[in-house]
Design a protein around this ligand. Structure first.
Ligand code: ADP
Ligand code: MG
Ligand code: ZN
Length: 489
């Protein structure tokens, strides 16, 4: 950022809550149905149809609020947010306004600036305030790109899908803080199973409010709200672009107007979409069709007691218990399934360092190459642990283990079975190794000569020959020792 300036960022995240049916009707929320199949009188906004609250929405919203340290209000009110748009048939969205489901939260997250190559520079623990998280319904979708280019189609399958809107305080100062925060939110919501968190599919959507002010000034500058950032990286780039644009505008004597802007990824720029409306433009008022949403203090306590270990707590525990570094801990807790996999492999192997190494290098690389998720991995976590045990008790060498691993990855067979089938048990019997060493020495007199006249580097050649002759099965440490002893005799 240009010296003398400070950026201020506040984020509004819309998380689609995982429920079988919509928020106020029994229509399915299933993705990919034929357009307008998942609709009824309620979500089509037909006159006289009445909304009925879906209990699962409240449970999921409650879990999310607790995970984000928000205070859950025992009473909250649904309000109508009035605006006209073709994908909003009722002419209003049911949301919450002055009495939201939850408010006054705080999250502590690790965040870091990144270097040119996108690598974290230094992780710092920072605290960010959450204003509120309220429950609302999603709108439908206007589709402009099928058939007649002059026609717009409306698909209302998404209308009435439950959302949790999580509004932050304007506490972020850089685009990377915003990036780390949304990544944290996504991970947390996925972990507790309330949101799939797929930004490309619009499962998790983020609007960034950005303003700038001279460093040291207390008063906030005029903000622009940026929409259409459907990945974390786009969010980060859009914020950086917007900060630079605003500083350049103000320095050139221009004035900021409060507006909504759209990110254009192809051009790497934001564009004016509309001037920003204020709350009074929406004529919010309590929805007369819905009673106040009441939850008891006991219900909140019971929900708290059911909460699983949250990803940030688990990440910190991994660092303590398994001696991981920060990057490793982030990767291994990035998905709940991967974190579970790791812990199972640790238990089965009794060797946390080896379990971390195999997963972080070999396993994740192979999964990436094969485009498989950890859930679809053929190697069972117990089997990876068993393979590490075979290395540690010297049944197989580290080198053979790579082959065993490849076979496990392809077939899902247990390591002991593969080792037995292919006769891969490591040769640790010194007399057997001695015999191979003798043969290699006899077959390579020139190199023996060279080694003995001082070319110590030739040891690598001999090790290679012996390993080859043993089919990779000779214990490398024993090979080294026996070779040295015989060559130097
Ligand atoms: P709305 O989008 O309905 O106008 P709010 O006024 O509550 O909602 O603000 C939305 C978001 O904008 C919040 O995350 C808030 O922190 C952030 N925000 C408010 N003022 C500023 C500002 N001057 N600069 C940056 N972010 C801001
Ligand atoms: Mg907004
Ligand atoms: Zn419906």
């Amino acid at each position: 950022m240009k010296a003398g300036w400070e950026a201020v960022i506040g984020l509004e995240v819309h998380a689609q809550l995982n429920t079988k049916s919509k928020i106020f009707c029994t229509c399915s929320t299933e993705f990919g149905q034929e357009p307008n199949d998942n609709t009824c009188a309620v979500c089509l906004g037909l006159p006289g149809a009445l909304p009925v609250m879906n209990r699962d929405v409240v449970v999921n919203a409650g879990k999310a609020a607790l995970a984000l340290n928000l205070r859950v209000n025992t009473e909250s009110i649904f309000a109508r947010k009035n605006y006209f748009y073709p994908d909003l048939p009722k002419g209003y969205q049911i949301s919450q306004y002055d009495k939201p489901f939850s408010e006054l939260g705080k999250v502590e997250i690790l965040t870091s600036q990144r270097d040119e190559g996108g690598r974290p520079i230094e992780w710092q623990l920072k605290s960010f305030g959450l204003t509120r998280a309220h429950i609302e319904e999603d709108a439908g979708k206007s589709v402009h790109d099928i058939g007649d280019p002059d026609k717009t189609h409306v698909n209302l399958n998404r209308a009435g899908t439950p959302l949790l809107e999580i509004v932050s305080e304007p506490d972020f100062r850089t685009s990377w803080e915003a990036y780390d925060y949304v990544a944290f939110l996504r991970r947390t919501l996925q972990y507790i199973g309330v949101c799939n968190g797929n930004m490309e599919e619009g499962n998790l959507r983020c609007d960034a409010n950005v303003s700038v002010r001279p460093a040291g000034q207390e008063k906030l500058g005029t903000r622009a709200e940026i929409k259409n950032v459907n990945s974390l990286r786009f969010l980060q780039k859009a914020i950086d672009y917007e900060i630079d644009r605003q500083i350049a505008l103000i320095e050139a004597g221009g004035e900021m107007v409060q507006e909504t802007r759209l990110w254009n990824e192809k051009e790497g720029k934001t564009y004016t979409m509309r001037s920003k409306e204020d709350a009074h433009d929406y004529r919010y008022f309590p929805d007369p069709d819905l009673p106040a949403l009441e939850v008891s203090a006991e219900w909140i306590e019971a929900l708290k007691a059911e909460m699983p270990e949250l990803p940030e707590a688990r990440r910190q525990r991994f660092i303590r218990d398994y001696e991981l570094n920060t990057d490793e801990s982030f990767t291994l807790t990035g998905e709940r399934a991967l974190a579970d996999y790791f812990e199972t492999a640790v238990k089965a192997s009794g060797n946390h360092r080896a379990a971390a190494n195999w997963i972080l290098s070999e396993l994740l690389r192979e999964l990436r190459n094969a485009e498989i998720e950890i859930g679809g991995c053929k190697i069972k976590a117990q089997d990876l642990g068993a393979m590490i045990r075979l290395i540690d008790d010297k049944t197989i060498s580290g080198k053979i283990a790579k082959d065993v691993f490849a076979e496990m990855f392809a077939s899902g067979k247990a390591p002991a079975e593969i080792v037995k089938e292919k006769g891969l048990v490591q040769i640790t019997d010194t007399s057997a190794i001695e015999k191979i060493v003798d043969d290699v020495i006899a077959a390579n007199p020139k190199e023996v000569e060279g080694y003995r006249s001082g070319k110590a580097a030739l040891i690598g050649f001999f090790v290679g020959q012996v390993m080859k002759a043993s089919g990779g099965k000779a214990n490398p440490k024993a090979v080294n020792e026996i070779l040295k002893a015989k060559l130097e005799a």
